[in-house]
Design a binder for this molecule. Structure first.
Ligand code: SF4
Length: 354
């Protein structure tokens, strides 16, 4: 299935029922797009209905006084948008006989209508095959492409538009645009993209590289985020508890150890307490030596990998991704360079394995 097909299939199942999705009327779509700039969907919905009730057509909006328009807009902020809306309504009503331009190029001649709004109206109302590029679409696109360039650079935008022009289905441009915008709003969200059940996972380069948390970014705002991974190297009866990274990111398919990941540094006591609590660990655990911290730098993340070695007198129940492996068999498993370095240079319990 193409990216467009997968997005549209996802959209048809998950889309929100929003009033402007039931119309192809350019006046209604233009109203919704102007209202939704800088405004959340829930708040924007009430204004969309209010404007429709007060000004059902572009002629009604054009004939209203500025005071009436600003009153209806009250609470949305950015009042220049309301003035542009009113001015544009007058132009369409009185200079264009109430007919909106039918192409994105024509729409862009209207005040307050930029690239994004023109593409949205042209595709939703007239099925013009032109991709939209709002914040949601930028995020999805930058992640799918693993774009490690600031998304607000003109050259990056051009790059994203080129790819979107390849992805957009010319037979269903409106659906594609709606789908990718909704996908960014609900699935591929800024903070917690739902990668585990994502229909685009197999095509997503950010996911493959483990970069979905740090992409996209803007010029001058590149911030290296620190994350801590506390590894539990538990040895019992000459076996070590090993985790197979089946799903996540750059270390997919490799083996390491169970870990607790954190966005803040924790003390060994806090980590052990949390681990015992999360895993229901009983019995005696002896911390062997001091924790070892190694750093691993990814493009926008600094990983602090802290290895804590334990000998334990009882078995911990492995979860689905884990298993107890005999020490002499462990060296046959594929591990990341980070884990390899730890074993070769620092581990007391596993060191010296070839
Ligand atoms: S795998 Fe994750 S980052 Fe990639 S498109 Fe899906 S939700 Fe977004």
């Amino acid at each position: 299935m193409t990216i467009s097909d997968r997005l549209i299939t996802w959209y048809q199942i998950h889309k929100r029922d929003l009033p402007w999705r039931h119309t192809r009327d350019p006046y209604s779509i233009w109203l919704s797009e102007v209202i939704l700039q800088q405004t959340r969907v829930n708040q924007g919905m009430a204004y969309y209905h209010r404007f429709h009730e007060l000004f059902p057509t572009v002629f009604d909006l054009a004939a209203a006084s500025e005071d009436e328009v600003l009153k209806a807009w009250q609470g949305l902020g950015y009042y220049s948008r309301a003035r542009n809306l009113h001015g544009t309504a007058k132009r369409v009503a009185y200079e264009m006989a109430g007919v909106f331009p039918t192409s994105s190029a024509g729409l862009k001649t209207l005040k307050g209508v930029g690239d994004y709004t023109a593409a949205a109206i042209a595709s939703f109302s007239y099925d013009e095959c032109i991709p939209v590029l709002d914040g949601n679409v930028q995020r999805v696109t930058a992640r799918l492409m693993a774009l490690e360039e600031p998304i607000d650079k003109p050259a990056t935008k051009t790059q994203m538009l080129q790819v979107l022009n390849e992805w957009i289905d010319p037979r269903k441009p409106a659906l594609f645009n709606q789908a990718i915008m909704e996908f960014g709003a609900l699935q591929c969200t800024p903070q917690k993209p739902n990668c585990d059940i994502c229909p685009l996972q197999a095509s997503c380069l950010a996911y493959e590289k483990g970069l979905q948390g740090s992409l996209p970014f803007k010029a001058g705002k590149t911030k290296v985020t620190d994350i801590w991974m506390y590894y539990f190297v538990a040895v019992h009866n000459n076996k070590v508890l090993v985790r197979h990274r089946r799903h996540s990111g750059i270390w997919k398919g490799l083996y390491d150890f169970p870990s607790i990941d954190s966005s803040v540094g924790l003390s060994p006591d806090e980590v052990v307490h949390q681990w015992k609590h999360d895993r229901g660990v009983k019995g005696k655990w002896l911390l062997s030596g001091s924790p070892v911290e190694l750093q691993h730098i990814l493009s926008h993340r600094r990983v602090h990998a802290v290895f804590l070695e334990f000998t334990c007198d009882s078995v911990i129940e492995p979860d689905d991704a884990e298993q107890w492996v005999a020490l002499e068999e462990f060296s046959a498993l594929g591990v990341s360079r980070l884990v390899d370095r730890y074993i070769r240079e620092h581990s007391q319990l596993l060191g010296g394995m070839e």
